[in-house]
Structure formats: C-alpha cells, structure tokens
Design a protein around this ligand. Structure first.
Ligand code: OAD
Length: 258
C-alpha cells in the first residue's frame, strides 16, 4: 500500500500502526450504517438518510408501534426487501478476513441487517437487534424469519402482536449484548470504528472505553465525527476501499510503502 495521492485516507497510516495491527491479539470493530451503505442500504442521517424521509416517532418507537403496528411492520417489510437484495461489500469482507487473523475478534454492530454474518463473521454483537427476528413482549418468545412475512402484523401463539426484535428510540439495549460489547471495548488493543456518526448512545461510548483502557482507536468514515477528536488514526474515505487497502498492508508487508 502506498500513502500517495491515490489513497483514500486523509491521515497517512504510519508503519507503527500497521505493526500494531500485525501483532495485536485482541481487536474489535464497531460498525454503523456506513459500512452497509455501499451494499445499497441507506444510512440514517444526512441527505438521503432514512430519518430525512421517515418519521422515527411513528416507525421506531414503542408508542408508534402501539398506535399502528401494521404501519410499522409495512416499513420493516420494505427494509427487509431492501436488505434481501443487498450483498456484503468489500468492507464486510475485510472485516471477515480480520476474524480469521486475530485470536480474539469481535464485531460490535449497530446495524440490524445481518450482513456481517452473511460475510462470514461469527462473533457479532448486535446492539440494536436483528431485522430477521421477531419477539413477543408478553411471553418473550423469539422467532427467526428468513423473508418478509405474508401477513402482518404477525400474531404470537399467546395472542399478542409480535414486534421486530430491534431496539427503538427510548428503549434499552439488551443487557447481555451491551455488557459483552463493553467488555470487548475495554479489553481490545485496537478498535476500528467504521461508518458511524457516533451520536447514538450507548454505542458511541464504546470507543471511549477502548481509549480510556489504553487501546488504539482507528476511525474509518467519509467525514469527521466526535470520534475523530480522540481517535489515534482517522481514515477518511469509503469503508469498502479503506479497509481492504489497510488489510492488504497488514497481511502483506511488501505492499506497504512508507
Ligand atoms: P448514521 O446514518 O447516523 O451515520 C452513518 C455514518 O456513516 C456517517 O458518519 C457517514 O459519514 C458514514 N458513511 C456513510 N457512507 C460511508 C461509507 N461508504 N464508508 C464509510 N463511512 C460512511 O448511522 P449510525 O451511526 O449507524 O438506531 O446510526 C446509529 C443508530 O442511529 C442506528 O443504529 C439507528 C439510528 O437511529 C436505531 O434505529 C436504534
């Protein structure tokens, strides 16, 4: 890899970071909607983002669901169809290669699209749930689905309306998943923060845990975020370009020209 004009990184990678990545044993990756953007799944914020087009109060809150579960399910069906058409991109693939390299490797994602699993990652902590699972809030039943449902809203055996097993505004994250993510963030030597605006908490606090524990934070994003202010390295560009370039430099030392 060269750090010349053809690279998409804003801050050149120095050899120390590449060496750290080569030798590290415990690495975590926190991802957001930006990692799936190039698979054709829209991000939430900014022009063309989901929240510029749809009202989150109607579609992504417990109150919105109580008021009109059919509308909420219609919207999730729309997103499921979009996700079904999507394929993991080169950023997901690079992250899946990392899992094979590092003895301890965890993907912590805010995405509900399941693309990290489809790319081959096995340790994926889904902070905000998964669009391919539904649950009953009365008897706590969980059900996996593989395609959009024919009939909505779906009804549980107990008679209640099932909901998508995702986290909505105003709800807490699943405690076991958040605990595992916090542990991973505190214990890793390196955390990549990829394609997230880092404004939604508690996910946004995870790289701070890494930093405070003496770990190295490497951000990959099209634009600066709050993470940029404390990241050790900020790589500016598309995740599908930056991550494969970076990974080539790690596993193929000859490709990295200072
Ligand atoms: P956002 O839409 O808030 O942010 C997406 C980030 O990805 C932005 O910082 C973009 O600059 C960056 N980005 C876009 N395309 C990129 C690319 N090709 N390569 C690299 N970076 C790129 O999405 P999240 O941070 O994931 O929560 O949003 C966090 C949470 O807010 C979501 O999980 C969702 C939403 O409300 C819930 O629904 C609970």
């Amino acid at each position: 890899m060269s750090d010349g004009s053809e690279t998409s990184t804003a801050q050149p990678l120095d050899e120390k970071i590449i060496e750290l990545l080569r030798k590290a044993k415990r690495v975590s990756v926190l991802t957001g909607a930006g990692v799936s953007a190039e698979s054709g799944i829209p991000t939430f914020r900014g022009a063309g983002g989901i929240w510029a087009k749809y009202d989150y109060r109607k579609l992504a809150t417990p109150a919105g669901f109580a008021e009109d579960p059919e509308l909420v399910w219609e919207w999730y069906q729309l997103r499921q169809r979009e996700i079904m058409k999507a394929r993991p991109n080169r950023a997901h693939e690079a992250i899946s290669l990392m899992e094979r390299y590092y003895p301890e490797f965890t993907v912590i994602t805010q995405n509900i699209d399941g693309l990290h699993h489809r790319a081959g990652n096995s340790t994926v902590l889904e902070l905000h749930g998964n669009i391919w699972r539904m649950r009953c809030d009365r008897d706590h039943a969980l059900m996996d689905i593989s395609e959009p449902l024919d009939h909505i809203p779906p009804i549980c055996q107990c008679g209640s309306i099932l909901r998508p097993d995702v986290v909505w505004f105003g709800e807490s994250l699943p405690t076991d998943v958040l605990d595992a993510a916090s542990r991973s963030a505190s214990e890793c030597e390196v955390m990549f923060v990829v394609g997230t605006s880092a404004i939604v908490y508690p996910a946004a606090a995870l790289p701070v845990l890494t930093k405070n524990s003496g770990g190295c934070v490497i951000e990959v994003n099209l634009e600066p975020t709050d993470v940029t202010t404390y990241a050790d390295v900020s790589l500016r560009g598309r995740a599908s370009e930056v991550l494969p370039e970076l990974w080539t430099a790690v596993v193929n030392p000859e490709s990295f020209i200072k």
